[in-house]
Structures are given as C-alpha cells and as structure tokens.
Design a protein around this ligand. Structure first.
Ligand code: FMN
Length: 203
C-alpha cells in the first residue's frame, strides 16, 4: 500500500473478526514499529504481544473499569458535547460510555499489544508514540486493524496492575499504549480532522 494511501485510510478499529493473526504479520508490524525515529536511538521500548485469553481478559477488565470511571466523572461534559444529537440517540451513546461498553473491543480482539516505555531513557514515551504510529500503519497495510488505547492507564494504580500482569512491575516502565489488533469487522466513518489551514502556523 502506498504511504499516503495508508495514512489516509487508517482508522481506529474497534470490532474484530474472530480470526487469529499470523505470527509473521505480528513480527513484521513490530519490526516496522522499531524503525521509528527515537531519541538518541536508545530504542526505549518493549512490545508485549498478549494472546493468552485470561491475560487479555484481565487487561480488558482494567481498561473497561478505567472507562467507566473516566466517563462517569465527565458525564455532563459528554452530554454537552453530544447536545446536537437527538435525545434518545444521545442517551444511548452516553450509556455506552459510562457503562464501559465502548471498551469491550479490548476483550474481543484476538491480540493486544502492550507498548512499554522505559522512562529511565530520555523522551521514552515520545519515541514509543512514534513506534505505535508505525505499528498501526504497518498493521493497516497488511489488512489488519488496530486501536491505540490508554483508558486502562488513566489511573496510575491500574496502569501498574497492567504492567504487573505482563511482567513489567518496575516503575521505570510506563505504558505508552495498549493496542487492540486483529482483522477488522467494521468500516467506520473516518473521524473528521481540523482543516489543515487551521493548524498550520506559518512564520
Ligand atoms: C494516546 C491515545 C490514546 C487513545 N486512547 C483511546 C482509548 O482509550 N480508547 C479508544 O477507544 N480509543 C483511543 N484512542 C483512539 C482515538 O480515539 C482515535 O485515534 C481518534 O478518535 C481518531 O480516530 P481515528 O484513529 O479513527 O482516526 C487513543 C488514541 C491515542 C493517540
């Protein structure tokens, strides 16, 4: 797939086919991740590929709870954000946020990739973010879908719980993302972006 085509057509995927992802493909996309620019080429990352059902379930549970907490606490803000919607649709959408239903895809995806940044190294999270972008574009180019999530890490206790689950309890590690990965079972509408003229500041 041509680069600009891949950038333009990648979308976060939150519904996956019940189909395993080939190991070679997983290796290929993580290799692409490792080719990202990173500070001082220190490569401050680990990519934990979680396929074990119980482990995936535990990570998803923590994420869903994080979602419930976060969106319950900003329910009024969400209500305001969706005020243009019809009452019934708005209520349904809000329910999906505050019930955690919107994060169930983490339970159902065939693979989770936990990206860990070694915070003993300068700009580790920035470097990992560049790697995650490569990873998601490479996944897309291979016909896979992904969604970068952070909701499970919104609270530091929960973030640590996830790190412990995957064997990185030491506090120099920080979660840069938990990615859901798999074959897409949806083709969502692209999310709108601000017009480029609005975000460029020529000086
Ligand atoms: C740092 C970061 C954290 C994110 N966390 C979540 C998340 O917790 N749950 C989720 O469903 N999507 C999450 N996303 C995905 C964004 O919602 C998504 O990228 C954005 O709405 C734009 O949509 P697109 O990726 O389809 O273009 C996250 C993305 C980033 C970069």
């Amino acid at each position: 797939m041509e680069l600009f085509e891949a950038i333009k057509t990648r979308k976060s995927i939150r519904k996956f086919k019940d189909k395993p992802v080939e190991k070679e493909k997983i290796i290929k996309i993580i290799e692409a991740a490792t080719l990202a620019p990173n500070s001082e080429n220190k490569q401050p990352w680990k990519f934990v590929v979680v396929q074990d059902k119980d482990k995936k379930k535990e990570i998803a549970k923590i994420s869903i709870l994080g979602g419930i907490k976060r969106y319950t606490s900003i329910k009024d803000e969400l209500n305001e954000k969706f005020k243009a919607m019809e009452d019934e649709n708005r209520k349904k959408l809000l329910d999906r946020f505050v019930s955690g239903e919107l994060f169930h895809f983490l339970l159902e995806c065939p693979v989770q990739v936990v990206v860990l940044a070694d915070n003993n190294i300068i700009y580790a999270v920035h470097s990992c973010s560049a790697a995650i972008q490569n990873l998601s574009l490479a996944a897309h180019a291979l016909g896979l879908g992904s969604c970068w999530t952070m909701i499970g890490s919104i609270n530091s206790k929960n973030e640590k719980k996830i790190r412990k689950l995957v064997g990185y309890p030491e506090d120099n590690w920080k979660i840069a993302g938990v990615l859901a990965l798999g074959y897409p079972d949806q083709d969502p509408n692209p999310r709108k972006r601000k017009p480029v003229e609005e975000v460029i500041d020529w000086q």
